[in-house]
Design a protein around this ligand. Structure first.
Ligand SMILES: [Cu+2]
Length: 158
């Protein structure tokens, strides 16, 4: 089961509040980095709670890449492959982390995985903004996104 037992409502509310506040800002400068930074902060916070419960952290590890099961789903599109390929093979094509964060949203990659993954792994919560953080899939996916973000940051530093 991918539902996290006793997941605090305050965390669900905080995540929903952020999304509601940022819904209309998606194409504006700064919205990409805001998306990446909020989720990085949120994941750190919820995972330390998760660990305090004695839950197995292996359930919330990042995917190493987008699961094949998602790519075989009828709703998967070639444009989503292209978006993933640009991130994994051509990260330097992004001028800034803000651009990367915006692309993950505007390419529909972020939302598509929430919707397709919910179907593939049988967890409706994952496709719904108010409930997604109580699914272990949320961490599998958002930690993969966060790893892309880290790779981008490290690339710029090097
Ligand atoms: Cu979110």
């Amino acid at each position: 089961m991918t539902t996290i037992p006793n997941f605090p409502k305050q965390f669900l509310d905080e995540h929903l509040r952020w999304h509601n506040m940022h819904m209309d800002m998606r194409s504006q400068p700064g919205s990409g980095i805001e998306f990446l930074d909020f989720h990085r902060y949120f994941i750190q916070k919820t995972l330390s709670w998760f660990q305090e419960q004695g839950y197995n952290l292996r359930r919330v590890e990042p995917w190493s890449s987008i699961p094949m099961e998602c790519k075989r789903h009828p709703a998967w599109r070639r444009s989503l492959d292209e978006a993933e390929n640009r991130i994994t093979r051509n990260l330097s094509s992004f001028g800034s982390a803000d651009e990367l964060g915006s692309f993950i949203q505007s390419s529909n990659l972020h939302a598509a995985i929430h919707i397709i993954g919910a179907d593939v792994f049988g967890d409706e919560d994952f496709s719904q903004v108010p409930l997604a953080p109580r699914s272990t899939l949320f961490y599998n996916w958002h930690r993969l996104i966060d790893n892309w973000y880290s790779q981008f940051e490290n690339r710029n530093r090097g």
